[in-house]
Design a protein around this ligand. Structure first.
Ligand code: ZN
Length: 212
């Protein structure tokens, strides 16, 4: 199983690694900084060796990478793994912001039933099961979330004691299971903006963007 360096240190933009397997157009590695789509968080972008990563796929605890001209790499080959760190940093900020907004929103409104989420580099979103518009509630939620960001509460991420491939995100009184990549403090998120979208009957979406 690949060692996921992004869990302990999500700020790391590269690492040396060894190819473990090469099958079809996919390879696996002994260690990686390259996150593969999971829990709604988009994959990183980057290169392995001189090859552009076309797709990163998480399957159980393993990650499979599809490379441009990948089959030329063989088990035992040493490669450098490098990600687009600007994209990663935005994803870290927007992912932590999504947990924060969920925490503040569910606390303030009692609406807790999450039916989807997604984190990309330009915005993140969380979807709730709810009849009627949440638009009126968002001003307060945005204000409260931004004041917690100003207070720069620390964020802790750590492995579950019983299941080391399951991770937790914790900040203040909020605690959620999450294996994504996160900033170390709410302060790193910077000011956020919230927007409501109706995505169908009984479904409400909150879109989160960074002010800069
Ligand atoms: Zn998460």
């Amino acid at each position: 199983m690949v060692e996921k360096l992004f869990r302990e240190n999500p700020y790391l933009d590269s690492c040396e690694a060894t190819i473990i397997s090469s099958k079809g157009d996919e390879i696996t590695l002994n260690r990686t900084v390259f996150f593969a789509f999971a829990g709604g968080q988009q994959s990183d972008s980057g290169i392995i060796g001189a090859h552009k990563v076309l797709e990163a796929r998480a399957q159980g605890p393993e990650i499979y990478y599809k490379l441009e001209d990948g089959p030329s790499l063989k088990p035992g080959d040493k490669v450098n793994v490098k990600i687009d760190i600007e994209k990663r940093r935005k994803i870290m900020r927007l992912h932590s912001a999504a947990h924060l907004v969920y925490g503040v929103f569910s606390e303030k409104t009692g609406i807790k039933k999450l039916i989807g989420s997604n984190v990309a580099q330009d915005k993140s979103r969380i979807d709730f099961e709810h009849e009627g518009s949440i638009a009126e509630k968002l001003g307060d939620v945005e204000k409260e979330a931004n004041s917690l960001i100003d207070a720069a509460l620390p964020i802790r991420t750590y492995a579950d004691e019983k299941n080391p491939d399951r991770w937790w995100w914790e900040c203040g009184t909020m605690k959620y299971p999450c294996g994504g990549t996160h900033v170390k403090s709410l302060g790193e998120i910077g000011k956020i903006k919230l927007k409501r979208k109706n995505i169908g009957s009984g479904k409400e979406r909150i879109e989160i963007t960074l002010e800069k």
